[in-house]
Design a protein around this ligand. Structure first.
Ligand SMILES: *Cc1c(COP(=O)(O)O)cnc(C)c1O
Length: 383
């Protein structure tokens, strides 16, 4: 049995070119970038070169890029930096969308404990936030708005530039979780008007355990941890130079081949949906227009998504229900319920997410498997 990987929104395999950069760096440039000798200087040079590359990919200046351990840390640092700033100026209100990743939403208890009030903004049936709803939720003491660029469960693209303008006009910080967007849509932080933006290497064929936080020069940054003076005193600990260089390579590659990759993904998506058009009681979740092509969230009437996932796994097909972080919870996806799906329907959905390395043969095989296993899942009565 051939295995098929259709869970690229959970994580991607590292590309050959990024792996090569990473291994080369580990072998040959192993110095500590903070060391004042040749080995250290060589590593520091690679680190700063990687920073410049990443900055160039998102329209930032290199001194606005901070390396982190991944998307979660970058989201946390942006949010708690805004909290520290809010505290210092007496602003204690924040606005998050309901469909944020848990790396954002699960900051809320700690924020509330620190005295902040959080307003959660809903989305429409396509997963888009409404500008009017954000505008209505704004208060005099609002310090931060956080809305993700691309939703990782349904692929919906949010109106980031419009929200950015709204926030800029009112001097409110705007954090964007760009983890599902980087390498998948063009990003220009200046045009989007964002204050902070998080990215993560392993979502675009780089390594995991490395990410970056963009922070606008004029926006204050606060440490999450204390230690050495790395990352301009804002993120201590010896930097992950191999990770940073491989992430920079992966992001540069992704941006360079973006149109090509998106065309291929559109073709795969069209082929999949065409192939599944006779599957009874199936629907597509998300926005038909404002979306990335690689994420396809499907619902099946009278099916348990969990059961289906296990059946698909037995056929060697790896997919996900909602986000990978939800695997151990029985709650239906917070994203799908925010989009208005009844709990029962939300529990009958799976996410397939592709890369341009998936093939048309794999798509055809997925269709065959889905026809058979959806029927089996319905027959099992486990819905
Ligand atoms: C994966 C993901 C994260 C978390 O990133 P890690 O690098 O795994 O910590 C955050 N936000 C979104 C939208 C994601 O898809």
């Amino acid at each position: 049995m051939e295995k098929i990987y259709a869970d690229h929104a959970a994580t991607t395999p590292i590309s050959d070119s990024a792996l090569k950069v990473m291994v080369d760096c580990m072998r040959n440039f192993y110095g500590n970038p903070s060391s004042a000798h040749q080995h250290g200087r060589e590593a520091a040079h690679i680190l700063e070169d990687s920073r410049e590359k990443i900055a160039a990919c998102i329209g930032a200046d290199s001194e606005e890029i901070y390396f982190t351990s991944g998307g979660t840390e970058a989201d946390n640092q942006a949010i708690f930096s805004a909290a520290a700033f809010g505290k210092s100026v007496g602003k204690k209100h924040m606005i998050f969308s309901k469909i944020e990743h848990h790396a954002v939403l699960n900051c809320i208890p700690a924020l509330e404990k620190a005295g902040f009030e959080i307003t959660l903004i809903g989305v429409d049936s396509r997963g888009r936030v409404s500008l009017e709803e954000i505008e209505e939720a704004l208060r005099k003491d609002t310090v931060l708005v956080a809305v993700m660029y691309v939703n990782n469960e349904v692929g919906t693209i949010e109106p980031i530039a419009e929200i950015g303008k709204l926030c800029k006009d009112r001097n409110i910080l705007f954090h964007v979780d760009g983890v599902a967007a980087a390498g998948h849509v063009p990003i220009d932080v200046k045009k989007l008007g964002v204050s902070t933006l998080a990215i993560s290497g392993h979502k675009f064929h780089g390594p995991r355990g490395i990410g970056a936080l963009y922070v606008d020069k004029n926006v204050p940054v606060t440490n999450l941890m204390y230690g050495g003076s790395q990352e301009r005193n804002k993120r201590p600990g010896t930097q992950n130079v191999p990770g940073a260089s491989a992430m920079a390579k992966a992001l540069s590659d992704a941006m360079m081949t973006l149109d090509e990759q998106m065309n291929k993904l559109e073709q795969l998506r069209t082929r999949l949906l065409e192939g599944l058009k006779d599957l009874d009681g199936m629907w597509v979740n998300g926005d038909p227009e404002n979306r990335v092509p690689g994420i396809v969230n499907l619902g099946f009437r009278d099916v348990s998504g969990e059961t289906l996932l296990l059946l698909l796994d037995l056929r060697g097909l790896s997919v996900s229900t909602g986000s990978a972080c939800n695997t151990h919870s029985v709650e239906p996806s917070h994203v799908l319920t925010a989009m208005g799906l009844p709990r029962k329907d939300a529990g009958g959905c799976i996410r397939l997410s592709f890369s341009a390395d998936n093939t048309e043969e794999e798509i055809d095989e997925i269709c065959t498997i889905l026809y058979e296993e959806v029927e089996r899942a319905r027959g099992s009565g486990a819905s």
